[in-house]
Design a protein around this ligand. Sequence first.
Ligand code: GLN
Length: 444
Amino acid sequence: MNAADAVTDALRELHTRYAGLRDGRLADYIPQLALADPGAFGLALVSMDGHRYSTGDADLPFTVQSVSKPFVYALALSLLGLDEVCRWVGAEPSGEAFNAISLEPDTGRPANAMVNAGAIVTTALVPDTRDAPRFDRILGFLGRFAGRRLDVDEQVYASEALTGDRNRALAYLVRSAGPLPVDPVAAVETYFRQCAVRVTALDLAAMAATLANGGVNPLTGDAVVPEPVAAHVLAVMATCGMYDVSGDWLLRVGLPAKSGVSGGLIAAGPARFGLATYSPLLDPAGTSVRGHLAIDALSERFGLHLMHNPALAASTVTMVTTADDLPAAPAGERERAHHERVAVVAAQGALDFTAAERVLYALDESGPQETAAVVLDLRPVTDIDTVARAMLRSGLDRLTAGGRRVAVADPAGRLVEEGDEAGAARRFASREEAVDWCASGRAG
Ligand code: GLN
């Protein structure tokens, strides 16, 4: 094995570690699925920059099955909105197997869109018009997630259509229970076709990466769904994507995920990556045995667990002092007398909610009693997101409202843009200018 790069090396190592494992069984309730090669094993990862990594049978086609569910849910959410979809399909983990009768006792509403009953209703919610037949919409949409045109494995479709009475029964049960605006029974055949769409592990990694990337396909740049839809789908994957083992999966692996009975498995690291595995030998919960082990190991190795966020070592606030402790600009010498009255807080890095809270805390601590003015030095700041900008601006406004002079050293205009003096804080290119302005403004 030649060394490639850290990611490919990790995928190859996992492939080698688990390739020999023969635990699990092929799904056979859809007879065509029992013909899969039990030795097939592929892994793929797509980054937010669209870098693709893979090993093993990552280009081998198989049918998407239940891994289609989060993407069709995304389609329904983007067409109808969250509230409307939630009227017909819940978002509670059912704690039951994928084909259980997970219906709310009083309304007949399926527990969530990841179990079959909920997925069938979700498919039914996708509008079916002469110009845009329901299945064409779904196929086209799945293709945009994958970044290429997809097609249907007609043999697997026919095989499930022949044997899918349990899903038909679920659809009849849903229809019998409540006043749905759409017909789930008519949609079951579309659901079978959606499950028979052919993909590879690399396709699935791109699809998961699109969800992780706020709905924008990192390979094509296509904005497939709005960012809130991607977030909602990931949330339901996190709580319900692995059926009755969703809790244990979130506990140990810590990533939104979705399994399918053909052996596909996806996991998404929000804002980080999309990951997919293919290996058709399943455990009793219907999860790919090797896929589960590989993703678990990768999460552990690269520290990908969502809840595992140790406090960032890098500090945001690099300095809290007063200007008399800093070298002054020559022009500022005459103001030197007042420099002990000017607080200086410096921050660095990318500022988000957490970082903005740190900066505001430091500003508050910078001595409101003793200092008449404060300089916020943002020169080493690389980025300020919209949340942090709003927090900082209102924090600075509060300081000026409290009677302090506030100046920001912000040459790049990250917080206070050119010509935008809406807030009371003044912007300067250098810290020295900001300090001088603050010191000169103190009348004695
Ligand atoms: N088409 C399959 C079914 O409905 C999908 C199930 C799955 O992948 N878990 O039974």
